[in-house]
Design a protein around this ligand. Structure first.
Ligand code: TRP
Length: 366
């Protein structure tokens, strides 16, 4: 296998001296985190011409699944951190959720984004650094790029493989764009070197992922976003709205059972990666809107009394006992304005769909 790299935003093809086809992702580590990161795809992949992206790796993948699962299960109530949803299977299932008829969020947000770009450009102007948090497949940002014309793009995601391939594609599709990628768990840190050198910053945080944080943590995260932008920048954020409870409940209890599979995949990971005797079939998906807390809660409920083992630890479950896996908070526009203000932002403009299901909000630091 050949290695291929370039420094700066050059353009390089892989030396064709090897019969194996090579994925020549050309990635430069743009901080002192080792001189250069070279990314190789698995052998047998077709040769692709690669545009350089600048890559910063904070190594967030080194989480200890075992330690976090064991401590979460020992807690009352029991919890498993939602970040563990997103292994390869989990990411595939999540993509499938976004296509579900009951799951209105993705398509509604995309429609809103399509309709708001012109006004957005009026606010923001060209040549910003656009930072996307949880960039994943970077599909949504494509709706903005042509019109907004940022000079740089920085995708931030915890999943390295996914991040690299999607930013690579973005760099190829938008040759005028200076593309950066940072593999960072932004729920912990937003200390990203490249950001410090740009003045005109816009953070894009779609998918109502802010709703997956408890309100205090959401304020804390948004405050850190403001700091990352030197207290001077815009935050374009997707926020799911409070609505008819039956719409919410069916969005997280789809008829095809994909959300259930997504939730239960956590247990499959624990079984396969931690060598646990846990049987995912002995738990069921339970998701419901909790009106007092203004949130959807997702749980995995033990179908009967059982004992499971992880490593040398045993956990006793009563029938009906649950593991809390995720929350998804819903806000009114006014409630979110309050939260934003506690984090140092003001709402500049809010766009919603006709049915008031979802909102895209442009916030500015104050
Ligand atoms: N933030 C979105 C939401 O809460 C996406 C999401 C995260 C999600 N985890 C999920 C959707 C689990 C369905 C199931 O809806």
């Amino acid at each position: 296998m050949n290695d291929c790299y370039s420094r700066g935003l050059g353009f390089e093809t892989a030396p064709a001296s090897h019969s194996l086809t090579i994925f020549a992702a050309v990635i430069e580590a743009f901080i002192s985190d080792g001189p250069l990161t070279i990314f190789r795809d698995s052998p047998g992949t077709r040769l692709m011409i690669s545009t350089a992206i600048k890559f910063y790796d904070a190594h967030p993948g080194s989480y200890d699944l075992k330690r976090e699962v064991i401590s979460g299960l020992a807690r009352t109530p029991r919890t498993i951190p939602p970040k563990f949803f997103y292994d390869r299977r989990g990411s595939e299932l999540f993509d499938a959720i976004c296509e579900l008829p009951e799951y209105y969020q993705t398509r509604t947000e995309m429609d809103i984004l399509r309709n708001c770009t012109a006004e957005l450009v009026d606010h923001i102007g060209p040549d910003c650094l656009l930072v996307e948090l949880g960039s994943g497949a970077s599909k949504k940002v494509r709706l903005l790029l042509e019109q907004l014309r940022p000079s740089s793009y920085l995708g931030v995601d915890i999943s390295k493989e996914f991040l690299l391939s999607s930013t690579q594609t973005l760099a190829t599709d938008y040759p005028w764009l200076d593309v950066h990628a940072a593999c960072v768990d932004f729920s912990h840190t937003l200390d990203i070197p490249h950001c410090q050198s740009c003045e005109h910053k816009v953070t894009f945080f779609p998918g109502s992922s802010i709703g997956n944080f408890d309100p205090d943590d959401a304020i804390d995260l948004m405050h850190r976003i403001a700091q990352m932008m030197d207290m001077n920048g815009y935050l374009l954020i997707g926020v799911d709205l409070k609505k008819d409870i039956s719409i919410l409940n069916s969005a997280y209890n789809d008829a095809a059972g994909i959300t259930a599979e997504f939730n239960l995949n956590l247990l499959t990971r624990i079984r396969d990666e931690l060598g646990s005797d846990i049987d995912p079939g002995a738990f069921r998906h339970h998701a419901f809107y909790n009106p007092d807390r203004g949130r959807i809660e997702m749980h995995l409920v033990s179908t009967h009394q059982q004992r499971i083992r992880i490593d040398d630890q045993f956990f006793e479950f009563n029938a009906g006992e649950s593991i809390h896996t995720e929350n998804s908070y819903k806000y009114t526009i006014e409630e979110f304005a309050e939260l934003a203000s506690a984090a140092g932002f003001e709402q500049k403009q809010v766009w919603t769909d006709e049915d008031g299901l979802f909102s895209v909000q442009l916030l500015k630091t104050v």
